[in-house]
Design a binder for this molecule. Structure first.
Ligand code: AN7
Length: 372
């Protein structure tokens, strides 16, 4: 079969699956790597800047990469139900992949702090949605306790299969660029993703990413397998109101407009620190205003609409560029973790209202002339 069938199929020999593993997939992965030109010029960067648009996964975020693995392994292990705590995207992915697998999903979400699109997804895919009077960190603690005593598979990124699936983003980037970029920038919340990126980059040094599996030899559609000669410098950015990596420990009451990364006690603390340290990178923080401004600049100069949390990667990059911390002429990849449509309220709140005009040609041409 010569069409793309998802990342487990594509990277089978680099993932913990066998021939008899019942793969649960929505053909996730293979997302576009888009080179920014207008944006790059606007911010005054003299290198190459590319975004890996993970918002184009089946449920609209990078979580699908990890969820295809986590649900596949849950099913293989005989689980009939999965559970997670979530700021929104994990719950959307868990709900969708559970539906695909024909099993039950339970999702714990923070009270009133979840973007509308994500809530709609969890509800629509038939998850049992538990809105708790607490934040993500409270939910995370609860699902760990519950999964320890009930026959339910925990599919948060403490589940090692999640990171296995998510590492494949690095393989795709190396295949597209021919090697690892100089820098990789991304937002950090629970810190699973930065850890998975580093795992993927590390596993691709001196080793072919995958046999394509679709065609003989070089695949004209996806490109062939590739090998990295190096790993990128990893830069992880947090929202200032939810920046435990900058504070040196958990933050009790995380707060940010970027609700996906409104997390005060990241689970992958040590792995994320290892990624940053080993790569010679760093963590930094950005304010909500800078995050929203960057989200809008990207949408308006490039036609790429990501959610606020995702824009944190580029907001942090712009800040470091201004501070002279980015090497001139470098190749930089930013992960845009989720689609802008996930959070329509935040997008609309920061945009001018539509013009209200009578349904009359003259009124409309008069208005148009003001913009010509
Ligand atoms: C768009 O859905 O934690 O550092 O419960 O949805 O790997 O946690 C979401 C995280 C970045 C942070 N961007 O990634 C959840 C959840 C978006 C996200 C992150 C999330 P991690």
């Amino acid at each position: 079969m010569a069409h793309y069938q998802g990342l487990i199929h594509r990277y089978r020999n680099r993932l913990p699956v066998t021939e008899s593993t019942p793969v649960v997939s929505l053909n996730e992965g293979n997302t576009p790597l888009i080179e920014l030109r207008n944006f790059t010029q606007r911010i005054g960067f003299d290198g190459r800047l590319l975004v890996k648009f993970e918002g184009l996964n089946p449920t609209g975020s990078f979580k699908d990469r990890g969820m295809t693995m986590a649900v596949t392994k849950a099913l293989e292990g005989g689980s009939r139900a999965i559970i997670c705590a979530s700021t929104g995207n994990t719950s959307a992915a868990a709900a969708a992949y559970a539906a695909r697998a024909g099993i039950t999903s339970f999702v714990l979400i923070p009270d009133g702090k979840i973007a509308l699109g994500k809530l709609a997804q969890a509800m629509m895919h038939g998850a049992i949605v538990l809105q708790i009077q607490g934040n993500f960190d409270d939910g995370m603690r609860l699902v760990q306790e519950i999964a320890a005593e009930m026959p339910i598979a925990l599919v948060n990124s403490v589940n090692p299969y999640r990171l296995q699936g998510q590492k494949t983003i690095a393989f795709e980037i190396i295949e597209a660029l021919g090697d690892a970029p100089d820098y990789h920038v991304l937002p950090v919340g629970n810190a699973g993703n930065i850890s998975a990126h580093w795992m993927g980059y590390s596993e691709a040094v001196g080793q072919q990413t995958a046999a394509c599996g679709l065609c003989e030899g070089q695949c004209p559609y996806l490109g062939g397998p590739a090998m990295a000669t190096r790993r990128p410098v990893m830069l992880g950015y947090q929202a200032s109101g939810a920046a435990p990596f900058l504070r040196g420990g958990p933050v009790a009451e995380p707060e940010t407009v970027a609700t996906a990364i409104r997390i005060g006690n990241p689970m992958s603390w040590h792995l994320a620190w290892a990624a940053v340290r080993e790569s010679g990178g760093w963590f930094d923080e950005c304010g909500d205003a800078a995050i929203l401004e960057t989200q809008k600049l990207l949408a308006q100069t490039e036609g790429v609409f990501c959610e606020p949390s995702s824009a944190t990667s580029l907001a942090g990059f712009i800040q470091d560029l201004k501070r002279g911390k980015i090497r001139s002429g470098a190749t930089v990849v930013a992960t845009l973790t989720g689609h802008g449509l996930k959070d329509p309220d935040t997008a609309i709140a920061q945009s001018p209202q539509p013009h209200r005009v009578v349904a009359q040609r003259q009124a409309i041409t008069h208005l148009i002339q003001q913009y010509l």
